[in-house]
Design a binder for this molecule. Sequence first.
Ligand code: 0WE
Length: 258
Amino acid sequence: MGFLQGKKVLITGVASNRSIAWGCAQAMRREGAEIALTYQNDKLKTRVEEFAAKLGSTIALPLDVSSDREITHLFTELEAHWDGLDVIVHSVAFAPQHELAGDYVEGLTREGFLTAHEISSYSFSALAKASRRMMEGRNGSLLTMTFLGSVRAVPYYNVMGLAKASLEANVRYLAASLGPQGTRVNAISAGPVQTLAASGISHFRSMLKQVERHTPLRRTVTTEEVGNAAAFLCSDLASGITGDILYVDTGFNILGLG
Ligand code: 0WE
């Protein structure tokens, strides 16, 4: 029997078979979870429905995290399928492309700053708030994805680094707030992965090469590895862990000089 047997899991952020969210979905399914997926827009609907089918699920629901109405609607819809919810995986981030290129100060705008923080950090707490009733009192767990750029100045990551710092603080404040109702809140700080989102970023390939050259395990992390860590953190095996950031990055974050 899998270690997530009987758990009802909502996963955001599946956009392709290379998505970190897809690695999480597959690992959690393997461990016995029932999965529901969300899609950002109509363009992704059919694709995400096909991903859900591969997980033995018929639940694919729309969610654009920039809309309060869609967030509310998501849990109304989910309640029609499930009487409770055990896990949410938040694997969503966005900053306007111009903010992720060149110099931080040069590229900075009020609009880009606000968008990055809204989509990448606020959305996590908004999902936590809207799901509260469904998750109450059942050893539930919330998980989000962060990156080293939250605590180090990583070239070109720029305003996303600030948004991830906010997201990590959000993990701690949510953990403190939701702990008394039995809900744990954690993040995985994943090493860089070549996903659809990453393909829009200049210099990304050379950054992957640089990580491969220096990181202790001499390779980048796989979505399967992130998925396995995610499955653990959201399971009762991790019942004593909340408010934490777990690095799943082939050891890169421990380095001083590579
Ligand atoms: O958090 C991220 C990237 C998330 C992301 C990706 C995009 C691409 C398309 C957010 N917003 C956008 N906006 C777009 O228009 N990562 C951890 C991956 C990543 O992105 C980088 C990295 C790494 C690693 C950007 C610069 C430097 C390193």
